[in-house]
Design a protein around this ligand. Structure first.
Ligand SMILES: Cc1cc2nc3c(=O)[nH]c(=O)nc-3n(C[C@H](O)[C@H](O)[C@H](O)COP(=O)(O)OP(=O)(O)OC[C@H]3O[C@@H](n4cnc5c(N)ncnc54)[C@H](O)[C@@H]3O)c2cc1C
Length: 326
């Protein structure tokens, strides 16, 4: 059994219909964009700008910078997202002096932050404080001078449940020169799911799964599974048991089944027999940097398919895997 993922980047635009999960059929249209140019599609044929000199940093906007979106821009964005925009508030703000202080909420936090599940189910936090800079530490007794600041927690989060919302987020970030990050489970120790002043896309609730008894693409004929971007390894183990199949997933039960794990190679207990996770996808469905939703597989957008399975996980990447088939 191999992986079928779905995606494409900056290559041909292929409208993807028919073989998707329901959440993938809700896609951004020109009618949705109307006169809101901030969420307009990009130009996939545009030549990338040459890198600037080292002493000329190419900065993204950040809260307080001249062109940071106004509150009304964020409100309009939220309306186009159907209310899916969340402010990126550090959870432990409730432990510090200020309008949000809430001792009971802080106590709850201290009791629950020892569980992996807390970090996975929270839109902004990560497994480790390092990527955040430990700028808002949960404590009932802040020491002198200790306070809660934003650090690398994202400024806003899109709680994605449709492809359209991801397309809108990618387009808004690109058009307004914002830093874009992706949080799936928040396991990434290098901090890729965090970023100061960022707009984050949270893929946690893209949980769909489909067993495909007969699947064909390129030279492949056989069983496969279509897997949503938010599925975790433990959920895949349950599906393997139910359908009597084997797919490669991370040993850590709460690691995403096909997010940063696959983008970083994808090591597993079965690597010596079947190779790396990145070698498994049969097809990948992706929102690309220009906001299009496309398919990459052995027959279409093959350069992108190649890159997605070996390019590594980049902080600069704007390609979102929506689902995979393994
Ligand atoms: C407890 C634990 C156990 C682990 N076990 C293993 C293991 O057995 N084998 C192994 O190889 N690694 C393992 N890792 C490392 C793990 O694979 C990486 O930390 C990986 O980045 C986690 O990816 P994630 O999607 O779950 O988490 P996140 O931190 O949410 O995502 C990390 C990054 O991956 C990218 N990404 C995630 N989803 C998408 C998407 N849909 N589209 C595009 N990009 C995306 C983004 O850049 C994102 O910022 C483990 C880590 C931990 C903490």
């Amino acid at each position: 059994m191999r992986s079928l993922l779905v995606s494409t980047l900056l290559a041909l635009f292929v409208s993807v219909k028919g073989a998707n999960f329901a959440f993938e059929d809700d896609q951004l249209t020109e009618a949705d964009i109307g006169d809101f140019s901030d969420i307009a599609f990009g130009d996939a044929t545009a030549v990338a700008r040459a890198p600037r000199d080292d002493d000329e940093p190419d900065c993204r906007e950040y809260p307080g910078s001249d062109d940071w979106p106004l509150d009304e821009d964020w409100s309009r964005l939220n309306r186009t997202l159907g209310g899916a925009l969340i402010r990126g508030v550090p959870p432990a703000v409730v432990c510090y002096e200020g309008p949000a202080k809430d001792e009971a909420a802080c106590t709850y936090l201290l009791r629950n932050t020892s569980s992996n599940r807390f970090y996975i189910d929270d839109p902004v936090t990560m497994f480790s404080e390092w990527p955040e800079g430990d700028t808002c530490h949960a404590t009932l007794q802040p020491q002198d001078g200790e306070n809660c600041t934003q650090g690398a927690f994202p400024a806003y989060v899109v709680n994605a449940t449709t492809v359209k919302q991801i397309q809108i987020a990618v387009n808004f970030a690109r058009n307004r020169n914002l830093r874009l990050v992706i949080k799936n489970t928040g396991h990434d120790f290098v901090g890729r799911s965090a970023g100061f002043g960022s707009l984050s896309v949270w893929t946690h609730y893209l949980k769909d799964f489909q067993y495909l008894p007969r699947y064909r693409v390129g030279e492949y004929r056989g069983r496969a599974a279509r897997v949503g971007a938010g599925v975790e390894s433990w959920e895949m183990f349950a599906y393997m048991n139910r359908w009597n199949i084997t797919t490669l997933v991370a040993g850590g039960y709460t690691v995403g089944a096909f997010g940063g794990w696959m983008a970083g190679g994808g090591h597993s207990a079965l690597a010596s027999k079947y190779g790396l996770g990145a070698d498994q996808p049969l097809s990948i469905q992706v929102v690309t940097a220009d906001g299009r939703f496309v398919t990459a597989d052995p027959t279409q957008n093959t350069d992108l398919f190649y890159a997605l399975r070996g390019g590594g996980g980049s902080k600069q990447s704007y390609a979102f895997f929506l689902h995979s088939v393994v």
